[in-house]
Design a binder for this molecule. Structure first.
Ligand code: UD1
Ligand code: CA
Length: 444
């Protein structure tokens, strides 16, 4: 299956009413374009050319970071999808064979569908990916003659009768490269939008006696994102897909519709996720772990048999070893917890390494930032850290240490030491009554 990929990502996306280029709007917490790129790349194209225009610099900088083998071409001004594809001609001058055209605003297409489209290219000169919809709006309609495609009519240009057609254009197309560029050279902009429509190459091909066929896929895959409402609908589809995927693999989701995943979330079988949990990018959860309600995790690796939450916040570069426990109102950032270590209540640990079987008491805080730079805290194995301890980083605490409640740890603690650092409490017997009396007399 040899082909080159052209991705159209140059349009303004005016219906999004946003300064962010449309294809950069996130789906599963990554620009929608990443989904298109990933689907395309999964079938290993010989070349990938991306057409950018609106927000060209932002889109191409991002794309280059994701895949520096992509060829970027700029379309300026943006005169329509046919004009967009035409910009890729020089970049593919030395390539011969099939091309597949994908739209950057249709991120839900599955690799298996793309594969089917490419496979059916052998039976006709051009293949279009279509879908059936009873409520299509904004999509081109496919005018068929028997099993073959005669032409595509854009909704804006369609008669009322044509608008009743339920077979629509997804935007995906496959055909021989030289043929497609040749057909595009005959496209005009005499239509409702005064644009050069890529879809016009079907009727041009038919007039030349060439054959065009249609492969169909479920409507959900072809959702094109043109507005914020469509973006939200695509996100809902993406999340539904992820939830099914994880449940099929053996992940327990108590209330699936309340759990949100990122594009790259990894969850092993036998993980239990309670209602209302959000996964940011780059999270991995290993078998036997339990993520409890209202937790937000990003950039974190959770080992086997851990418990996180409720109300936990795990920030990037956090790692929990097997059996670690993170409880309510705990924030961890760039922090490693060793095996069976517990941070159960109301704590912040940042830039911290904690050993095995250590207990971090309620309200413990690492003072890791001095207003200029970040510093490290290192705590050993089997330590017992009393409640409301402050670790003033940089600081290193050994193994088997006990830190008394309320201590400000401002220097290193040796293995096995007991550290206490707090002002002594004083008391006045019978003083409470006197104090209340004084306070009341002041109120009169
Ligand atoms: C397009 C199709 C329509 C199809 C629908 C599927 C055409 C003329 N119409 O309509 O038949 O049902 O997609 O979602 O192709 N782009 C450029 N340069 C341009 C114009 C667009 O790169 O000059 C890119 C856009 O960034 C977008 C894609 O092409 O990623 C599609 O353009 P858009 O304007 O959204 O087309 P639709 O009106 O949705
Ligand atoms: Ca579109």
């Amino acid at each position: 299956m040899s082909f080159a990929l052209i991705i159209l990502a140059g349009g303004k996306g005016s219906r999004m009413n946003s300064n962010l280029p449309k294809v950069m709007h996130p789906l599963g917490q990554v620009p929608m374009l990443a989904h298109v790129l990933r689907t395309g790349e999964e079938l290993k194209p010989r070349r990938t050319v991306m057409v950018v225009g609106h927000g060209a610099e932002q889109v191409s900088d991002w794309a280059k970071k994701v895949n520096d083998a992509i060829t970027i071409v700029v379309q300026n001004p943006q005169l329509g999808t046919a004009h967009g594809v035409a910009q890729a001609k020089d970049a593919l001058a030395d390539y011969h064979g099939d091309v597949v055209i994908m739209y950057g605003d249709s991120p839900l297409i599955l690799p298996s569908t793309l594969k089917e489209l490419i496979a059916s290219r052998s039976s006709s000169d051009l293949v279009i990916l279509g879908f059936h919809s009873n409520s299509a709006s904004g999509y081109g309609r496919l005018i068929m003659k028997g099993n073959l495609l005669e032409r595509i009519v854009e909704e804006k240009d369609a008669t009322e009768k044509q608008q009743q057609i339920t077979l629509c254009n997804s935007g995906l197309m496959a055909g021989d490269k030289d043929l497609i560029f040749d057909l595009i050279s005959d496209v005009h902009d005499d239509n409702a939008a005064s644009e050069y429509y890529l879809t016009d190459i079907i009727s041009i091909a038919r007039n030349r006696g060439l054959s065009c066929s249609v492969v169909t896929c479920p409507e959900e895959e072809t959702l094109g994102i043109n507005s914020q409402a469509e973006l939200a609908r695509a996100e809902a589809c993406f999340q539904a897909r992820k939830r099914c995927e994880f449940m099929e693999k053996g992940v327990t989701l108590v209330a699936p519709e309340t759990v949100h995943f990122a594009f790259d979330t990894i969850i092993a079988p036998d993980v239990k996720i309670d209602p209302y949990v959000i996964f940011g990018p780059s999270v991995e959860v290993n078998s036997g772990s339990h993520i409890r309600s209202f937790s937000f995790l990003e950039g974190a690796i959770i080992g086997e048999g851990c418990t996180v939450g409720p109300f936990a916040r795990l920030r990037p570069e956090t790692t929990l070893a097997e059996g670690a426990r993170v409880g309510n109102f705990v924030e961890l950032k760039k922090t490693e917890l060793g095996k069976n270590t517990k941070v159960n209540h109301l704590s912040y640990l940042g830039d911290t390494q904690v050993g095995e079987t250590t207990n971090i008491g309620a309200g413990t805080i690492t003072c890791n930032y001095d207003g200029v730079g970040k510093s490290q805290t290192k705590i050993g194995d089997r330590a017992f850290v009393g409640s409301n301890t402050m670790f003033v980083a940089p600081v290193t605490v050994g193994d088997d240490v006990m830190v008394a409640t309320g201590t400000v740890v401002d220097s290193d603690i040796e293995d096995g030491a007991l550290a206490i650092g707090r002002t002594r409490m004083s008391k006045k017997l019978g003083g409470a009554g006197k104090m209340f009396a004084l306070l009341r007399s002041r109120r009169k």
